[in-house]
Each structure stands twice: as C-alpha cells, then as structure tokens.
Ligand binder design. Structure first.
Ligand SMILES: Cc1cc2nc3c(=O)[nH]c(=O)nc-3n(C[C@H](O)[C@H](O)[C@H](O)COP(=O)(O)OP(=O)(O)OC[C@H]3O[C@@H](n4cnc5c(N)ncnc54)[C@H](O)[C@@H]3O)c2cc1C
Length: 375
C-alpha cells in the first residue's frame, strides 16, 4: 500500500496535523502503536496557550468546540513547604477567567479523533524501521512485519521517537523521576485532603523533591511526585512504602496524600533533548512534537507539538508540489521558535528541583508586577 503522507504517532501532535491537513483536503494515515484509541489513559488537564495550542485548534476548525469544553480557570494554587506552612496562596478573583483555560487532555484527544475520517488512524501499528526508497519515498516496517510505503513520513512518535533516528543521533538526558498516583472521589472519601489541596493545585516543595496534587474534573485527585534525577532504579519508587521513605520528616498531613492513593505508584523517567538540537534536512521526512524537541514537562510540550502541527500543515498545504521545501521552511521556523522555549523550560525545571526551590518559587509567585511605562 502506498500513502502520500504517513504520520507515525497519534498523540496530540500527530492528530492535530492529520486534522489540519484534512481541513486542507489532504488525507493522511496515522499509525499508532497503541492497540486501540482507548488503550492508553490520557489523564490530566492541559493549559492551552493562546499563541500555540489554542491557535492550532483554531486552525483545526475546532476552536468553538474547545471553548465549550474548557473549564473556567486553573489559577487557584497553593504552595507549601514540607512542614505544611503555606508559602503562597493564590486565588483568582471570583468569576474571573484565566484566559488560559485548562482542558481535559482526554477530551481534547477525543475531539481531534472524532473530527477525522474513521479510517485515518490505524491502531496497533508500532513503527520499527523506515528505509529510504530509490524514488525518494519511505518503506515503513511495523512490529509484526506489516509494511507500507509513503512519499512523506512525519515522526510524531513522541519522546522515544523511531523516526528521529533517521535525522539525528542525539542522546536524551535523564533529568528527573516522576511518580503518579490517584485518589478517587476525594471530596467524599477524604474531605481533609480535599480541604488541604483546595479547588485547584497544590505543590509542596522540598529540597530536590516536589509533592503536587491537582483536582481533576471527575472528582479525583492526581498526585504527582517529582524527584531530582539521582540514578536510582525506577523500581525504588514502585511501592507506597518506598515513597513514604522518600518523604520521611514531612508533615504527615502532606504524606497522607501518598497513603490515601488507591493506585500503585507508576514511576517514569523524565528525559529531555539537549537545548539547541537541530538536524540537517533529509528529503521526505521530518519531526513534530516531543520527537523533535523533548523538553521538561513545564507546560509547553503539548502546546508546541500542536503548533508544530499547525505550522507544518500550513507549509505542506501551501506547497503541495514541493513537500521538501515545505518541510525545510517548517524546520527553520520550528528550530528558532523552540530553542528559547527549551531554554526557559530547562531553567524552570532546574528551579523546581533545586535545594532552594521553595524560596525561589515563592519569590517567583509573589514578585511585584512589572511597572508599565508609557512611550
Ligand atoms: C507529567 C507530564 C505533564 C505534562 N503537562 C503538560 C502541560 O500541562 N502542558 C503541555 O503543553 N505539555 C505537557 N506535557 C508534555 C506533553 O505531554 C508532551 O509534550 C506532548 O504529549 C507531546 O505530544 P506528541 O504528540 O509529540 O507526543 P505524544 O503525546 O507522546 O504522542 C506520541 C504518540 O506516538 C505513539 N508512538 C510512539 N512510538 C511509536 C511508534 N514507534 N510507532 C507508532 N506510534 C508510536 C504513541 O502511542 C503516542 O500516541 C506534560 C508531560 C508530562 C510527562
């Protein structure tokens, strides 16, 4: 089978790209390694920025749907130290909207999937190899041996992208360990924890470690633990008992968040690509999203993946006769956009997991507003 444009990876980047190209009358096939659309839970809220995620959704023709599904604001946050002392308590004005509304990540993914023709995404297809064809296209081989060919291959296959290896041999850095837990029906079953966290987000910031909790729309609480990379095996963090040891000495009201969790801890490595990563273009292939620029998770990755998709789709639609020029134009623009964002993300990540994080973060949130100068 021969496809004009094949997209490896049906995450937010790949689906946004498929949708915007579909809007331009260009059909694609998205191959995803997951067995089905519901195979991987996509929990959590996403803060969509006007200049990236929201812009991409508008280009996808889905901005109206997005607004109706958005929650009013996500700005209530509390920052505590390990003794339970409140360092910052920010409450939005009653009835105010943040202007950067949070949207449920699964709802966003469903919105994109439902907006595509039914045969666009092919599940259960893990790309394992791509080899160049003499005619300039690519032969794709999937786990299990299935093969297809395409003219243009877009790698939207995330942090451990297979397509990336066609363009660069860049190595990933391990910067932190992230462990996630959930507490269901928190208001009813753990009113004390519901009160502690409040209606939005709570972060407890210690030395090289953060215990955060976020209210989700379904009444549950997501507990996220970030630990500075120490080279310990992930299995170290697979039990609640082991995690409680990590937080020994913290106020028991805070560690109760770990004790109350129903789910087993799911630790994973947070890796990044070196800032400034770029590659020399190669005909018929490019990358978007985490495959192109894996950054620390400080609220930019999905937004930039969607903006990549929007920019690449515009270039491809404007230049159907010469997709390689479209790809080159996209890559140049993406590299210069991403590098400052990657730098900022690395700085925020370093600040969050540093020995002075509590003071730094409190200072950041309580700094006086910048004076406004009239010209
Ligand atoms: C804890 C956490 C919180 C975050 N919070 C935010 C946030 O608030 N805001 C924000 O903007 N970003 C956030 N991010 C970052 C964001 O999740 C990613 O940057 C974003 O998901 C990247 O999208 P993507 O489409 O490039 O990749 P992914 O979402 O990783 O999607 C890749 C897709 O490719 C598929 N795939 C992988 N390998 C293959 C293969 N070999 N063959 C076929 N398919 C394959 C996968 O199944 C997946 O569907 C967060 C990240 C983490 C870890």
């Amino acid at each position: 089978m021969r496809t004009r444009i094949a997209i490896a990876g049906g995450g937010l980047g790949g689906l946004t790209l498929a949708r915007i190209l579909h809007q331009h009358g260009i059909e694609t096939v998205v191959y995803d390694r997951e067995a089905s659309r519901s195979a991987r839970p996509q929990g959590g809220a996403l803060d969509l920025h006007p200049e990236s995620g929201q812009l991409a959704l508008a280009q996808a023709g889905l901005a109206g749907r997005f607004r109706s599904e958005a929650r009013p604001d996500g700005e209530e946050h509390r920052i505590l130290d390990p003794t339970g002392r409140m360092l910052v308590h920010h409450e939005p004005e009653p009835g105010s909207f943040s202007g950067r509304p949070e949207i449920d990540r699964s709802a966003l993914r469903d919105l994109l999937l439902d907006s595509l023709p039914g045969d666009t995404v092919v599940w259960g297809h893990r790309l394992v190899a791509a080899t160049p064809r003499p005619d300039g296209g690519w032969d794709l081989t999937f786990h299990g041996g299935h093969r297809v060919s395409c003219d243009t291959l877009i790698g939207a296959d995330g942090a451990r992208s297979v397509v990336r290896s066609l363009l660069t041999d860049v190595q990933l850095f391990y910067v932190a360990t992230l462990v996630e837990l959930t507490i269901d029906d928190v208001e009813r079953r753990h009113p004390d924890l519901a009160e502690l966290v409040g209606p939005g987000n709570m972060w407890c910031v210690g030395v090289n470690q953060i215990l955060a909790a976020q209210r989700l729309g379904d009444g549950s609480l997501r507990v996220g633990i970030s630990l500075r990379a120490e080279g310990r095996p992930l299995d170290t963090y697979r039990s609640k008992r082991a995690l409680l040891n990590v937080f020994a000495g913290w106020d028991p009201r805070l560690t109760a968040l770990i004790e109350a969790a129903e789910s087993a801890p799911t630790p994973r490595l947070i890796e990044t690509m070196p800032i400034g990563t770029r590659w020399t273009g190669r005909p018929g292939v490019t990358l978007i999203g985490d495959a192109a620029h894996l950054m620390p998770p400080v609220g930019e990755g999905a937004n930039q993946a969607m903006l990549d998709a929007a920019e690449l789709a515009s270039q491809l639609a404007a230049n159907t006769a010469d997709p390689n020029s479209a790809i080159r134009a996209y890559e140049e623009s993406m590299f210069s956009r991403i590098h400052p964002i990657a730098e900022m993300s690395a700085r925020v990540q370093a600040m969050m997991l540093s020995p002075t994080a509590a003071e730094d973060i409190a200072r950041f949130f309580t700094r006086p507003a910048e004076p406004v100068h009239a010209d």
